[in-house]
Design a protein around this ligand. Structure first.
Ligand code: HEC
Length: 126
């Protein structure tokens, strides 16, 4: 009868050795807030130059002009696919009859209005 409590006491004593250190509380590292500043690329808000009126009318609802102008040189077929994507996928209000003029405007701008493009994108000026 006495054996059982003695065994239990022995197990308990083995699990908590006398003088064992308390586990240390986990202290999260101190987070230091810092202020950083970045120079964002300058964005031209509206199109100017060739085809500006048409592009301002159709593209500025969602983009800055520079976002469009800074694309790498693209052939007309790619610009056409791009305009169709804006219309069919993103819901740009583009009439079918305006698509050839938009493609012409986009293609000709790249031929005649070189720009530097954003960081990491050679743009159409080089
Ligand atoms: C209804 C909103 C809307 C309109 C209007 C619009 N776009 Fe977009 N465009 C988008 C969205 C959304 C994206 C995807 C942006 C992203 O991926 O971060 C995009 C992306 C682009 C891109 C980057 C390449 C790509 O396919 O993602 C180009 C170039 C572009 N648009 C050109 C145009 C041109 C040119 C026009 C005018 C004919 C136009 N967009 C009108 C919504 C629009």
């Amino acid at each position: 009868m006495l054996r059982m409590p003695a065994i239990l006491f022995g197990l308990f004593a083995a699990a908590t050795p006398v003088g064992a250190e308390e586990p240390k509380p986990v202290v999260p590292p101190v987070f230091v807030w810092a202020t950083k500043s970045y120079d964002l690329p300058k964005r031209e808000p509206i199109f100017e130059g060739f085809g500006a009126q048409l592009l301002n009318q159709h593209c500025l609802i969602c983009h800055s002009a520079e976002f469009v102008d800074e694309q790498p040189p693209l052939p007309a077929a790619t610009w056409r696919a791009e305009v169709l994507k804006m219309k069919n996928v993103f819901g740009a209000p583009v009439e079918d009859r305006d698509i050839p003029d938009l493609v012409e405007a986009l293609t000709r701008r790249q031929r005649t209005m070189p720009n530097d493009g954003p960081v990491g994108n050679p743009g159409n000026g080089r």
